[in-house]
Design a protein around this ligand. Structure first.
Ligand code: ATP
Ligand code: LTN
Length: 327
């Protein structure tokens, strides 16, 4: 049995990139009888300023989304990162073996720090080390994530190896698991960059909570090209992205999609794509809303998840403290 672990930031909306990049692959592994951990990384979220009331709401919203999507608390330890103090404790220790150079090379940091100059937070810089702690604390084997997180999981592997070499075997070396298609859904308004919840325009992403009219409007304004055909070619970035989304939503292969839309234009394709997205989102939204009606029940799920997580994390930290000589 493998240990599977992933986490998402409880910030803003969750979009279809998050769903297909991380949540759906996690659900597949959950239902294959692995030992599973899923949590909302609130201490990662505060690496950029957050409004406290909004963060509190987003934590419950994220929990409702996971449950609605099919996360089963009897199979998955579902919790909130800050409820398990060992994450930040291990992060500090790993900060002391991580190099400035390797963190400076992280592309997410470079992207997010751009234009911020000296005001960029130390937390944003050390973000990947906290993520390594999240993973290593639980002897994780598999980390299902979107393509953009691969470099961070590789850093976790490097830090685990470095720690093991210095102090004797302590941490399992984790592997990222990245799906072949759908690991990097691109922005609707800019198919050169990944779909992102922190994009400047809402037209960049389809939120899991978008209604039918919003989905149609966003898809209609999505960037395509001047070729006019529904044919999958990697260099046709906008169309390749929309066809990938169609395929993920409907389960149809690219050649099936090409056949369905032979002789048709972008207008027909976009209307059909919007309908596929709404057919996927609307039952999910009904479930999310119903979980959100009972906030105490959501808090209860998180509390019992944290209790289970703490047991494992506390044992690992007892070992780590001994290994480094503070206990
Ligand atoms: P931001 O873009 O604002 O940094 P985010 O959308 O990447 O945020 P996270 O909570 O950081 O959100 O990511 C959660 C998970 O979703 C990660 O596993 C990440 O790789 C995955 N993911 C994010 N964006 C995409 C995308 N466009 N396509 C596929 N997977 C994605
Ligand atoms: N950095 C990740 C979120 C994250 C994560 C993790 C993912 C924090 N800790 C541990 C997998 C495993 C992101 O998606 N931005």
């Amino acid at each position: 049995m493998s240990r599977v672990l992933t986490a998402l930031q409880p910030t803003g909306v969750l979009h279809i990139g998050n769903y297909f990049g991380a949540i759906e692959p996690f659900l597949k592994l959950q239902d294959q009888g692995n030992e599973n951990f899923l949590f909302a990384v609130d201490y990662h979220a505060i690496t950029v300023p957050q409004d406290p009331e909004t963060l509190r709401k987003n934590l419950l919203f994220a929990t409702a989304v996971y449950l609605a999507a099919g996360v089963d608390p009897s199979k998955t330890t579902l919790f909130q990162q800050s409820h398990v103090q060992e994450h930040t404790e291990l992060a500090w220790i790993l900060n002391c073996i991580a190099g400035m150079g390797e963190l400076e090379r992280m592309t997410q940091y470079k992207d997010k720090a751009k234009g911020k100059g000296e005001s960029v937070s130390v937390g944003l810089f050390a973000y990947p080390v906290l993520m390594a702690a999240d993973i290593l604390l639980y002897d994780t084997h598999i980390v299902p994530v979107g393509e953009d997180q691969k470099q961070h999981v590789e850093l976790a592997r490097d830090l685990a190896e470095r720690f093991n070499n210095r102090f004797g075997f302590t941490f399992v070396i984790p592997k990222p698991q990245i799906r072949e298609s759908g690991a990097r859904i691109m922005g609707l308004d800019d198919p050169e960059k990944k779909m992102s919840k922190s994009a400047p325009s809402e037209k960049n992403y389809i939120s899991l909570m978008d209604d039918e009219a919003t989905v149609l409007k966003k898809i209609k304004s999505a960037v395509t090209d001047s070729e006019g055909t529904i044919v999958y070619r990697e260099h046709r970035k906008g169309m390749a992205n929309l066809m990938t989304i169609y395929s993920l939503m409907s389960g149809s292969s690219m050649s099936e999609i090409e056949k369905i839309f032979e002789g048709k234009g972008y207008g027909d394709f976009k209307v059909a794509l919007a309908a596929e997205i709404t057919a996927f989102l609307s039952p999910l939204q009904t479930k999310i809303k119903s979980y959100l009606e009972d906030e105490d029940a959501l808090r209860q799920v998180l509390a019992s998840g944290a209790e289970k997580a703490r047991e494992i994390a506390a044992k690992k930290m007892t070992e780590v403290r001994k290994k480094i000589g503070v206990a």
